[in-house]
Design a protein around this ligand. Structure first.
Ligand code: SF4
Length: 327
């Protein structure tokens, strides 16, 4: 086995085998060499080539289906076996307004978080502009997405773990930094026991797409004799917390907006916008499985579906309008 991080490629191995074969011609009676060459040529090289091909097909994904190599294994909402089975599929993103599909995009990653920016790029391509407001669920509420929306000057009515934050159970969790207070001047946190956690250092992380997250590290003193320790941390010594101040700033802003009358009114529209469109497509029209295979063909299929949906929607709207006039 070559293992991960090996520098052996199919090409290099082929050259090495050719060298060994040349040596074997000079010493045809060298049995161990003959055996090694045969194993390399018949077993190891084809296997390495196969894995290289898999790697190429995978790209940045961690799975692909053998029946449709563009499809990635994902957990589906439909789970008849009730065992969280993974199935090959595509992550379809749609943007709607008044239940008309304005734009769509397909992604090969299971989580929504990293689909937002590529989806908006597609939206810009299709519509020539971006929306002024985005209403989306907590699956899109990452620091990277908030930063992107701010850069594009899009109002973000995007939840994060907002619903959890409102619960009594969440608010009673002593160890959660969200339940502590922060002193900007001192750059220090005060925990539930009233002790101060001072800044120690800053570290940087990059997301898969290259976004930089700056994390600030704070540490408390004297946690050993704290009566709240068992509910606060499992750490043996003092408590150390890591926090991205940018993420906190975005969350505070999102919270403010979601609690406002305008934000609430916008947030409830999400339930009647994309959700009902997906409901129409999947439940009412029974479209639960793509008929074609391959990213480009399935993209086309979603396009036809969107077009049919919009035409039917327009026809119903027109009919209702006509009936209202006649009455
Ligand atoms: S364990 Fe440390 S950080 Fe947690 S509440 Fe007690 S003093 Fe504060």
């Amino acid at each position: 086995e070559l293992g991960e991080g090996t520098e052996w490629t199919g090409e290099k191995l082929e050259t090495a085998i050719q060298n060994l074969e040349a040596r074997l011609q000079e010493k045809p009676k060298d049995k161990p060499l003959k055996k090694a060459v045969r194993q390399l040529r018949k077993d190891l090289l084809p296997r390495l080539r196969k894995y290289e091909q898999y790697q190429k097909t995978l790209g940045s994904r961690n799975s692909f289906s053998k029946t449709d190599s563009d499809a990635t294994f994902m957990r589906m909402k439909e789970d008849h076996m009730r065992n969280g089975q993974l199935k090959p599929g595509y992550n379809v993103q749609i943007g709607t307004e008044n239940q008309f599909i304005l734009a769509y995009s397909l992604h090969q990653r299971p989580t929504d978080t990293r689909c937002l920016e590529p989806h908006f790029k597609k939206v810009k391509q299709m519509l020539g502009k971006l929306p002024k407001t985005l209403i989306a669920d907590a699956g899109y509420g990452s620091e990277e997405n908030y930063a992107y929306l701010e850069k594009e000057q899009i109002q973000a009515v995007v939840k994060y773990s907002y619903h959890k934050e409102k619960s009594k159970a969440w608010r009673s969790q002593i160890g959660k930094i969200e339940n502590w207070s922060y002193d900007e001047e001192q750059d220090a946190w005060t925990c539930k026991a009233g002790r101060t956690l001072h800044f120690r250092y800053e570290s940087k992380e990059r997301t898969e797409s290259g976004y930089e997250i700056r994390k600030r590290h704070y540490r408390s003193v004297g946690c050993e004799d704290c009566p709240l320790k068992s509910s606060c941390t499992k750490a043996a010594g003092n408590r150390e917390v890591t926090v991205s101040m940018e993420a906190l700033r975005y969350r505070n802003r999102a919270r403010e907006l979601l609690r406002s009358e305008e934000g609430y009114a916008l947030a409830v529209r999400r339930m009647i916008e994309p959700e009902s469109v997906f409901g129409q497509l999947k439940n009412n029209r029974g479209f639960r499985r793509f008929l074609l295979r391959g990213l480009s063909k399935v993209t086309l299929e979603v396009g036809w579906l969107s077009l049919a949906h919009n035409l039917l929607k327009q026809a119903t709207t027109d009919q209702k309008r006509k009936q209202a006039i006649l009455q």
